[in-house]
Design a protein around this ligand. Structure first.
Ligand code: NAD
Ligand code: ZN
Length: 252
């Protein structure tokens, strides 16, 4: 695939339509067009918040109020965001049986909001808060208001139920994601720089077990030229619109 192919969009559309067994791995890039900044790059969150000071479990345990400066911004931005054409395109591909599941590193809930049904949340979701002392959980909207630092009934400061650096992946999500990667025919990787471990292992697992790996990203990443069989360069919404149209053309 790719080499010598005249139209990579058409080749990928054909592959997806034939195998009807695709799994999608998404990262922050798919939500950029919904107004949620990614972490890396000039506009990214890391340009403003040093991840070692704001995004590790250790930092949260040491200074939860400081870490909530960043978390509050994320909860506000994600809470006000709506799914874009790329999220909706993936939901449409699931509806027609082309895509089987979405594994997302995102914590914004936008795949579900767009209508995707099988979504594996690899890094959790900002919708929920958890107490790392007594493990009680709360819906975020019940405990958090803009500018506040949410507290548990036990008096401790709550953490969003998302995976910070230094925390393990929730075991069920890890198991399901690996199973999907092992058994899919095509893995479509969208909007991830593939620098966060162990999420970056998912494309390698899929590839080793025989899946074709398709990457959608305006920029090359660590996967391009190593793991990806084809790189469709461009914003997710644009590439997915082209793929959807091409799959419809294939099927008629
Ligand atoms: P990243 O910030 O490391 O990389 C984002 C990637 O998206 C880059 O490769 C960039 O070129 C690409 N990109 C930018 N615009 C795009 C577009 N329109 N279409 C397609 N791709 C585009 O993101 P990551 O690899 O997901 O790692 C960051 C971690 O931070 C993840 O674990 C994620 O959980 C978390 N995070 C989540 C959100 C969210 O929930 N929306 C936002 C920021 C960070
Ligand atoms: Zn508690």
């Amino acid at each position: 695939m790719g080499a010598g192919g005249s139209d990579p969009i058409r080749e990928v559309a054909r592959l997806l339509a034939e195998r009807r067994n695709a799994v999608v791995l998404t990262g922050a890039g798919i939500s950029v067009e919904s107004g949620i900044p990614s972490f890396r790059g000039a506009q990214g969150m890391w340009a403003k918040y040093d991840p070692t000071e704001y995004a590790t479990l250790h930092a949260f345990m040491q200074s939860p109020r400081k870490v909530w400066e960043m978390l509050s911004e994320m909860v506000s931005v994600c809470g006000g965001a709506a799914p874009n054409a790329a999220h909706k395109g993936l939901a449409a591909l699931e509806e027609t049986g082309v895509v089987r599941a979405v594994i997302t590193q995102n914590v914004d809930g936008l795949h579900q909001a767009a209508g995707s049904r099988r979504v594996i949340e690899y890094h959790g979701n900002l919708d929920e808060l958890i107490c790392v002392y007594c493990w009680k959980r709360y819906p975020t909207r019940d405990r958090w208001t803009p500018g506040s630092v949410p507290q548990c009934d036990c008096g401790e400061i709550l953490k969003p139920n998302v995976v910070l650096f230094g925390e393990p992946i929730p075991w069920l999500a890890q198991e399901q994601a690996e199973e999907e990667a092992r058994s899919c025919g095509v893995l479509v990787v969208i909007g991830t720089s593939a620098q966060v471990s162990p999420a970056c292992d998912i494309p390698r697992i899929a590839k080793e077990l025989g899946a074709a790996v398709v990457e959608i990203n305006p920029e090359p990443t660590l996967l391009t030229r190593t793991v990806a069989d084809v790189h469709l360069a461009g914003p997710a919404s644009e590439i997915l619109a082209l793929l959807l149209q091409s799959i419809r053309d294939e099927e008629h």
